[in-house]
Design a protein around this ligand. Structure first.
Ligand SMILES: Nc1ncnc2c1ncn2[C@@H]1O[C@H](COP(=O)(O)OP(=O)(O)OP(=O)(O)O)[C@@H](O)[C@H]1O
Ligand code: SF4
Ligand SMILES: [Mg+2]
Length: 451
């Protein structure tokens, strides 16, 4: 059993008395000084030039595509350090959908932005932890050039072809393998990168091609002055070596077709404002899929849409996951969406994971009082009650988190221990974990936490 460590920022100044709602001038100056020092250090770290060996690593379990371990992502604000993600660990297995749930402000988006390395610096920073991602990486030779895949005959020998060069010379060269569109193939290999340690300028290798993100509001992600076609083509042109404009267009139309757009040619030539919200969201998904990424991160992909379109988009995700053999990290506060889509569920509360397990474990045997509350607050067709259940109370102030269980002030099942240390993560089945004092000493007894 691992003890969750409370990560203290090296120079974080102490606030005098957590009940106080204002800062003295002296405290504000001390916070600004400490923040500046820490932000400068982390920004420098992001821009440093290091060899690939500094961020190439191994997966703990080869069946995973993503492993997040003890991730701490903070915002250095004038009021103090907001520990938005405070020691989060979970995995995304290959070909699986992992749903992340939790109420507003619990750190779902900051977790996903950390994986994409899109936290807005200098205030937003990954402070520590690992984000291991298994990428299909283009191999390069010593000069940093991509290595072509050559055609081979039945005996395994490289096939050569003669060509006339620009200056009229006849040259014999190995023949590069090409796909049905005439695009040359290059050698690839699986490599595990620790995204948290990767220099920012290397992230382009992964974003878009290996992992892509679908945001809640497509209008903020689409550029209003370019056509949908321009924006979709660009993804292919950037990420597929040797891609031509014709190939990019063909691919863009294929993707628009794939996401169920009836007149792809027309949408291709349209500007974002000419499309409905549902169409724009489909375009965003097409864009996220243009390079067949291994991991799609969808942050509230359907919240802005009405229910029929929502159902269509979710079906689309399921279908696409099968087609491209990818994994999905699905972030939402809608338990209905999670129930329909997810294989595994991670429940977050105030920057920490308080429970995780298979979808069936979380829905049929929720253990943490917060998860039980979330279940009760889900409206159902059968419920006769006039008012929806809500979990009373609020999340504690993110700048001044207590050192006992963060849910204590709202919990109806408190025991004496709950005033003590923050509860450790207890494993109650091979896949089910919960951070609550009620389950300590009940590890894996009967697989569901009961004795
Ligand atoms: N730019 C920022 N500056 C300071 N604090 C921030 C910033 N962005 C997010 N936070 C804080 O980080 C915490 C986590 O925010 P996050 O956006 O991840 O929540 P969320 O779980 O995605 O919520 P929602 O369901 O509303 O999208 C919140 O307490 C929020 O106030
Ligand atoms: S640790 Fe205690 S306060 Fe926290 S959720 Fe469990 S019972 Fe409630
Ligand atoms: Mg969010």
């Amino acid at each position: 059993m691992k003890r969750e460590k409370e990560k203290q920022v090296e120079s974080e100044p102490k606030r005098e008395g957590s009940t106080k709602h204002y800062l003295t001038g002296k405290e504000a100056r001390a916070i600004a000084k400490a923040n500046n020092k820490e932000m400068r250090r982390l920004e420098k770290e992001k821009r440093r030039k290091v060899p690939m060996s500094a961020y190439v690593t191994q997966m703990k379990d080869e069946r995973n595509i993503l492993e997040i371990e003890d991730l701490h992502s903070y915002f250095f604000t004038d009021q103090g350090v907001v520990k938005a993600v405070n020691g989060v660990s979970f995995e995304v297995p290959m070909n699986a959908t992992v749903g992340v749930v939790g109420e507003s402000g619990c750190g779902k988006s900051v977790t996903s932005m950390s994986v994409m390395r899109l936290l807005q610096g200098p205030t937003g920073q990954i402070v520590s932890g690992s984000i291991r991602f298994k990428a299909l990486h283009y191999k390069r030779d010593e000069a940093g050039k991509l290595i072509p895949v050559y055609e081979r005959d039945e005996r395994g020998e490289i096939v050569y072809e003669t060509q006339v060069s620009k200056d009229g010379k006849v040259v014999t060269k190995p023949k590069q393998k090409r796909d049905e569109n005439g695009i040359g193939e290059y050698e690839t290999e699986e490599r595990v990168f620790d995204i948290a340690k990767m220099p920012m300028q290397e992230m382009y290798r992964l974003r878009g091609r290996q992992m892509s993100m679908v945001f809640q509001e497509p209008m903020t992600s689409l550029n209003p002055v370019f056509t949908i076609g321009n924006q979709l083509d660009e993804v292919t042109l950037i990420h597929v070596p040797d891609a031509t404009k014709e190939f990019a267009k063909k691919r863009s139309i294929e993707m628009l077709n794939l996401v169920g757009i009836a007149m792809p040619e027309r949408v291709y030539a349209s500007y974002p404002h000419e499309l409905s919200g549902g169409m724009r969201q489909r375009v965003m998904i097409a864009m996220a899929l243009a390079c067949e990424p291994r991991l799609i991160i969808a942050d509230e992909p359907t919240t802005a849409l009405d229910v029929t379109i929502q159902a269509q988009i979710l079906n689309l995700f399921n279908e696409l996951k099968r087609k491209i053999n990818g994994s999905i990290l699905l972030i939402t506060h809608d338990l209905g969406v999670i129930a329909e889509m997810a294989d595994y569920v991670v429940v977050m509360y105030a920057g920490k994971i308080i429970e995780r397990g298979t979808a069936s474990e979380i829905f049929h045997n929720p253990l943490h009082p917060y998860t039980q509350g979330l279940q009760k607050s889900k409206p159902t067709m059968k419920s006769q009650v006039e008012e929806l259940f809500n979990i009373p109370g609020n999340v504690p102030n993110p700048i001044d988190m207590p050192n006992y269980c963060y849910f204590k002030e709202r919990c109806t099942k408190c025991i004496k221990k709950c005033s003590g240390e923050y509860p450790q993560m207890v494993q109650v089945s091979p896949t089910h974990y919960v951070a609550c004092h009620l389950y300590e000493g009940r590890e894996q007894k009967d697989g569901n936490g009961r004795e």
